[in-house]
Design a protein around this ligand. Structure first.
Ligand code: 13P
Ligand code: SF4
Length: 302
C-alpha cells in the first residue's frame, strides 16, 4: 500500500509535467476528489471539459463522462484511469431500440440523459443532466418527448411540464434501491433533518423528500439552508464534499449501502499510472462525435 499523501504529491507533479487537468465526479473516493481541479456534478464537469485549458483531461468518473469530455474537447487527450468504470444505466438503451421507438413516435423529440453512450447521444435531439432535465424538456419545440434511459428522471421532469413525456425503462442501480420506508426511518432517526434526494430516485421516494436536486444542487442546498441537519439521498461519495465544505452541518446518508461500485473503481494508483502512461485513452469516432456534440452543445447553450 502506497502512502496516500505521497501518491497525491506525485500526481500533482505529473499533472504539471503533462499539462493535465483532473476532473472528478462528486461520487469519487475522497482522496481522488482531493487532487481534482474540479469536483462536480455531470453538468459542471461537462462545462469544465469544454472550457478548460490543458493538453490532457484525466476523468475520474465513469465512461460516458469521459466520452462526453472527448466529444467536447477532441483536441485533448482524455484519460479514464479505470477503463472498466461504466454506468449500467447507460447500457439500458441501445441505438437500435431508440430508432425503433423514434419510428413509432415520429412527432416526438428525443431527450437523452447524459448517462448514455455516445452513439445514443448521436441519435438524440438534445442531451440533459439531472441538473437541467426539467429545463431541457420544456425547451424542446415538440409536445411529446421520448426520455432515455432513466424512467425516474423522466417521470420527475414530467411533473414540471405540460408536454407528454414517454419515459424509457432504465434506472440507476443505486438510486432506484431507496424505498419510502428508508425515508420514513431516516426521518424518525433524525427528526427535523431536511431530506434531500436525487431525481434518479423513485417517484414515491421523491414524494417524501423536502428537496430534489443534482449532486451539486444538494451540496449548494446544504450550504445555503438555515437548517443544520440533512438526510442525503444520493450516492455516499457526496458525503466527502459535504463534510469538507459544510463543516458546521450534519449530513446522514439515507442508506449506508448507497455505493456505486463503478464510481469507486478509480483510485490514486490508477490516476498516477494514467498520467505516467497517458493511457487508457477514450476516443469517439468522428462521425458519432459530430452528431453527439450537437445534442450536448444544444444543452450547454440553454
Ligand atoms: P449528477 O452529479 O449530475 O447529479 O449525476 C448523478 C449520477 O448518477 C451520475 O452518474
Ligand atoms: Fe450510473 Fe447510478 Fe453509478 Fe451514476 S450512480 S454512474 S447513474 S449506476
Amino acid at each position: 500500500m502506497q502512502d496516500t499523501a505521497l501518491l497525491q504529491e506525485e500526481i500533482l507533479r505529473l499533472k504539471e509535467q503533462k499539462n493535465a487537468i483532473i476532473l472528478a465526479h462528486n461520487y469519487q473516493r475522497g482522496e481522488v476528489q482531493d487532487i481534482a481541479d474540479v469536483t462536480g456534478d455531470s453538468l459542471e464537469l461537462a462545462r469544465a471539459a469544454a472550457g478548460m485549458d490543458g493538453d490532457v483531461i484525466v476523468f475520474c468518473g465513469v465512461d460516458f463522462m469521459a466520452e462526453t469530455a472527448a466529444i467536447l474537447s477532441p483536441e485533448k487527450t482524455v484519460l479514464l484511469p479505470a477503463p472498466d468504470a461504466c454506468c449500467p444505466m447507460a447500457g439500458m438503451v441501445t441505438v437500435d431500440e431508440l430508432r425503433f421507438t423514434r419510428a413509432r413516435y415520429p412527432e416526438a423529440a428525443v431527450v437523452c440523459y447524459v448517462n448514455t453512450t455516445a452513439d445514443v447521444k448521436a441519435e438524440s435531439d438534445i442531451c440533459c443532466t439531472s441538473a437541467n432535465a426539467v429545463k431541457v424538456v420544456n425547451a424542446v419545440h415538440e409536445d411529446t418527448v421520448i426520455f432515455v434511459p432513466d424512467k425516474n428522471l423522466g417521470q420527475y421532469a414530467a411533473r414540471f411540464t405540460d408536454k407528454k413525456v414517454l419515459p424509457w425503462e432504465g434506472f440507476c442501480l443505486v438510486h432506484d434501491r431507496y424505498t419510502p420506508a428508508d425515508v420514513s426511518l431516516a426521518k424518525q432517526a433524525h427528526p427535523g433533518a431536511v431530506a434531500l434526494v436525487h431525481p434518479e430516485c423513485r417517484p414515491e421516494v421523491i414524494d417524501l423528500a423536502d428537496h430534489v436536486a443534482s449532486t451539486s444542487g444538494i451540496i449548494s442546498h446544504v450550504k445555503s439552508a438555515p437548517e443544520n441537519e440533512f438526510i442525503i439521498g444520493t450516492e455516499n461519495g457526496i458525503l466527502h464534499r459535504l463534510a469538507r465544505e459544510c463543516p458546521g452541518k450534519r449530513c446522514y446518508p439515507l442508506s449506508d449501502t448507497a455505493i456505486c461500485a463503478n464510481m469507486k473503481k478509480t483510485d490514486l494508483v490508477k490516476v498516477r499510472d494514467a498520467l505516467v502512461t497517458l493511457q487508457p485513452r477514450i476516443t469517439v469516432p468522428e462521425e458519432i462525435a459530430t452528431r453527439a456534440r450537437g445534442a450536448i452543445e444544444r444543452m450547454l447553450a440553454l
